[in-house]
Write a protein that binds this ligand. Sequence first.
Ligand code: PLP
Length: 328
Amino acid sequence: MSATKTSLPRLTAADVLNNLTALRRRQPVKYAAFYSSQLGGIVTDPALMVIPFDDHMVHRGHGIFDTASLVDHKIYDLDAHLDRFIASAQRSKLKLPGTRAQMREIIVGTAALSGRSDGSIRYWLSSGPGSLELSPAASAEPGFFVMIFAGLSYPERWYTDGLKVMTTTYPIKPSLYAITKSTNYLPNVLMQMEAKEAGVDNGVFIDAGGNVGESSNMNVAFVTRDGVFRHPKFDHILSGCTSKRLLELAPTLVSRGLITGVEVCDIPVAEARGAREMMLIGSSIKVAPIVEWDKQPIHDGKPGPVSRALLELLEADMRRGAGRLDQL
Ligand SMILES: Cc1ncc(COP(=O)(O)O)c(C=O)c1O
């Protein structure tokens, strides 16, 4: 018989709550409100924003998520994000916690209760807790979580001076996983860490055919020498809601003489390196110019006019886009 004794404390529920509160005091976070189907409602104390350790999303990465923006008391393009969320759930064999309308109502309600006017709304679907098996527990009920937070913040110089990127040494995800917004972001995380370690701002995935893929949590697009706004096909990268919307808005730049056309196609790296402009696009970054890729300047190494114009089109749409705004 082992006589090993531990000096580790055995905690009561009150101790746990105190310790969670102390943790959040040491590590302040800008989380304004959290809905959890498991808790059965919304909490605003970050110490209570928790998920059970045996939730399949936590220990096996069997979960999906999406992020929409909150701008001036309005949620932007929630339906596009919900479409992608539901498609990701189906591909991941995840049961929805209710109807689309019910999920929508929970997202809008949590945002309204947070009291925030601007920020981000991230929501997750998990297959739920109940075992540590590889398959979801037989008794598992889907978990639905919504977090309202201050949003990711990027340096102002990314917009004024432009970003530097590198081709990542990490392989791009196989198409099924790249088009599914699952919580398995290991390649994306490693790519971003690698870029930071190399002293640049982000990385770019290249596919097996030598075509441009995407960045860590953003899409990549170009303006060719002859002025075409060109975006990689969405069959092997995430279908970015921001990119999709910008592809609809961009034709107005043709009439303004800023671009000559809009194209979604495979973009060989060699061709992409000769672009007039290169940019990152996404809900968090919006549109930011890339001025250097693998230590080589893009065109004259300065932010270009099309990136700027696309950012302005997007910002206007985020404030006034008819049929795309949920007023809180
Ligand atoms: C891998 C990846 N690509 C692209 C995007 C851009 O998508 P969106 O414009 O919907 O934010 C994201 C962000 O969600 C992402 O995580």
